[in-house]
Design a protein around this ligand. Structure first.
Ligand code: NAP
Length: 276
């Protein structure tokens, strides 16, 4: 039996087992995917003994993505740019890592808003946490000319901007009404709007009709930001698709099959999210 897992702290809320067990069953693979609670500071030890513990590899979630990056023997280029790893496998005793949050975000946009990148010169990204770092890198690598970054803690936005000289402009939340009319794409990467968190307060009146709106929060499935954008006629991309697509590379590496993100899998996760 091939085994993989997700490490994080806390870990009980992580939905990856639902995704991977769905695919294991669908492709008739003798395998399992579990949640492993690993305390802050414990990721490097866990990863170094991954094979001894019987795992072909793992996903890495909060708060271990940077520690996992540092623990790798080899890191794929996309993860080097972000400084964080969320998918790990071993090959001949060497630990290899990648960042599938970036590819998952882009693949989801491609799926939900085909052609989104044809005319995106200017993207506005809200938030400067771990997810934002990868998303900004992904947008720039796909040809977005300039990213405007707004975050509560300005220093974190400036740290991301420093990695992409001349391509990122850092603004305050109060600047946004003046900036939104020029946006081709608006992405929320903050946890605002997530169930149990504060709401995201941002009037969309100034957005041009062609602007695309994406939210990576997936609980609830349709965040108030996405509902507002859809009501105004904008094309939108929800966060659940990103979660599903980021799981693909890990499954492929561990279990040897490139799995498909199907409507049935989406419905399974959506039902689970609605049930909580
Ligand atoms: P993170 O590193 O903790 O960053 C959180 C971000 O939200 C920061 O920009 C933070 O601002 C901002 N924020 C939090 N509370 C705020 C408040 N009260 N007011 C203003 N800003 C606030 O988390 P992350 O890993 O980037 O994840 C962010 C969100 O994306 C979470 O909801 C997560 O579930 C979701 N996510 C979804 C996927 C997916 O596959 N769809 C993948 C990754 C993450 P400060 O910097 O000022 O603290």
């Amino acid at each position: 039996m091939i085994r993989a897992c997700c490490i994080g702290w806390p870990i009980h809320h992580v939905r990856s087992p639902l995704i991977h067990r769905f695919w294991l069953k669908a492709y008739g693979i003798d395998g399992d995917y579990s949640r492993e609670a690993v305390e802050p500071g414990g990721a490097a030890d866990f990863l170094r003994t991954l094979a001894d513990r019987g795992f072909a590899g793992c996903n890495v979630t909060i708060p271990h993505k940077e520690a996992a990056f540092a623990a790798m023997d080899e890191v794929e280029p996309g993860a080097v740019a972000v400084g964080a790893v969320n998918t790990v496998w071993h090959d001949g005793g060497r630990l290899i890592g990648m960042n599938s949050d970036v590819t998952g975000f882009l693949r989801n946009l491609d799926d939900q808003v085909p052609g989104w990148d044809v005319e995106v010169g200017h993207a506005v990204v809200l938030g400067a946490g771990g997810a934002a770092r990868g998303i900004v890198h992904g947008l720039l690598s796909r040809g977005v000319e300039i990213v405007t970054l707004a975050n509560r803690s300005r220093g974190k936005a400036e740290a991301i901007a420093a990695g992409h000289p001349g391509r990122i402009r850092v603004v305050t939340w109060d600047d946004l009404p003046a900036i939104l009319p020029g946006a081709d794409l608006l992405v929320n990467t903050t946890s605002l709007g997530m169930s149990g968190q504060l709401p995201l307060v941002l009037p969309l009146d100034a957005l041009k009709p062609s602007a695309v709106v994406s939210d990576i929060v997936y609980v609830p499935l349709t965040t108030p930001l996405l509902a507002d954008a859809a009501r105004r006629g904008h094309r939108t991309a929800e966060g659940l698709g990103m979660l599903l697509h980021q799981a693909v590379p890990g499954f492929q590496k561990w279990f040897g099959v490139t799995p498909e993100v199907t409507a049935e899998l989406h419905a399974l996760l959506a039902a689970d999210i609605r049930g909580h």
